[in-house]
Design a protein around this ligand. Structure first.
Ligand SMILES: [Zn+2]
Length: 343
């Protein structure tokens, strides 16, 4: 099959578009002919390589995948053949205490399609028969593909973890990227007031269009946290939505109201944020970590997209042959929304 893969870690020059032997279809698996796959920052990290995470090479990235089921393995109903599906990218054991509780992203053997196992930057992908959501015939496949991972991640962070409520105020950092843009839309859906920070005037307009009530440019205004303070009448925000990490961590904590919650699912600027412990206990703050989502949160997220409650934000669509440019575009940080590969 044709695929974009890499046999050694490094920058986008390591990506090869060519023929590769597909993985065999096993028991309790389905084979999908990929129609769209979206890029995530995770794909850049996986391609660059992590000394702590050894993956077998060659590897194919791509965790956001939509396509048509063309074949099923043993013990899988054939009724799914011919259906369009979106892939749930979390791989889990089904037997550990967390899986039994339905908390699949906490599974002891948690791994990811596109990170630990071959993903969707290929003509075909093989996934477990638990890892999909069937899409109705008239579905907008590229929108669903562009939003599946970010929506399920943001949905878990806001609904299950921070439990954001109507009329609360939320600060969304680094708005403009896929995850934060989705978080703004979900926050507005819940009925919260959104303060968003972003790094350029161009993104500022885009973030406003997404529904943010206040938008701050952290490049031209390094004292943005003081402005958050003014907007909230010197109380602070109920929730901070973090995915930037080190650069913003201290200001994020300082922006919280008493009893406020910081929820994080990423650290794009580094992992060593400084925490004033006094601030945490004096203001009785909660710091919540979150990764991906459970299957039920995934299905809820896909329903949000399908019912148009969340609008897609696609920046650019490339062909598989252009995947180097697609990776480079995502890495440049100039994108507003998702970068897709169309097959
Ligand atoms: Zn498990």
């Amino acid at each position: 099959m044709k695929a974009a893969f890499f046999s050694e870690h490094g920058d986008s020059s390591k990506l090869i578009v060519g023929e590769i032997e597909p993985k065999p279809l096993l028991d309790m698996q389905i084979k999908i002919k990929v129609k769209y796959a979206a890029l995530n920052r995770l794909d850049i990290y996986t391609r660059n390589g992590n000394p702590k995470l050894k993956i077998p090479l060659p590897h194919i990235g791509g965790s956001d995948v939509v396509g048509e089921v063309v074949e099923v393995g043993e013990n899988v109903s054939e009724s799914v053949i011919g259906k369009n599906v979106v892939v749930y990218p979390v791989l889990f054991c089904k037997t550990c205490e967390f899986c039994l509780e339905g908390e699949h992203s906490l599974c002891y053997s948690f791994s990811m399609i596109g990170e630990h196992q071959w993903g969707g930057f290929a003509e075909y992908i093989v996934v477990p028969s638990d890892n999909y959501h069937i899409l109705p015939d008239n579905s907008d496949l590229k929108s669903i593909c562009s939003m599946s991972l970010t929506t399920m991640t943001a949905w878990r962070m806001l609904k299950s973890k921070a439990q954001l409520k109507k009329d609360q105020t939320i600060l969304v950092l680094g708005a403009g990227g896929g995850l934060s843009s989705t978080a703004i839309q979900i926050s507005k859906l819940i009925g919260a007031t959104v303060i968003a920070t972003t790094g350029s005037d161009e993104k500022l307009k885009y973030v406003k269009q997404l529904g943010a009530d206040h938008v701050l440019n952290y490049s031209t205004n390094p004292e943005w946290s003081k402005e958050v303070w003014e907007i909230t009448e010197k109380k602070g925000v109920d929730v901070v939505f973090e995915s930037t990490g080190e650069k913003t961590w201290e200001s994020s904590l300082r922006s919280l109201k008493k009893g406020g919650k910081l929820v994080t699912a990423g650290a794009t600027t580094g992992f060593n944020g400084k925490t004033n412990i006094g601030l945490v206990f004096w203001k009785q703050l909660e710091i919540l970590g979150s990764t991906m989502a459970s299957i039920s949160e995934f299905h809820e997220a896909i329903n949000l997209i399908q019912t148009n409650k969340i609008k897609p934000n696609i920046d650019k669509i490339y062909s598989l042959d252009e995947i180097k440019q697609a990776y480079d575009h995502l890495e440049s940080g100039k994108h507003k929304g998702k970068v897709l590969i169309k097959f």
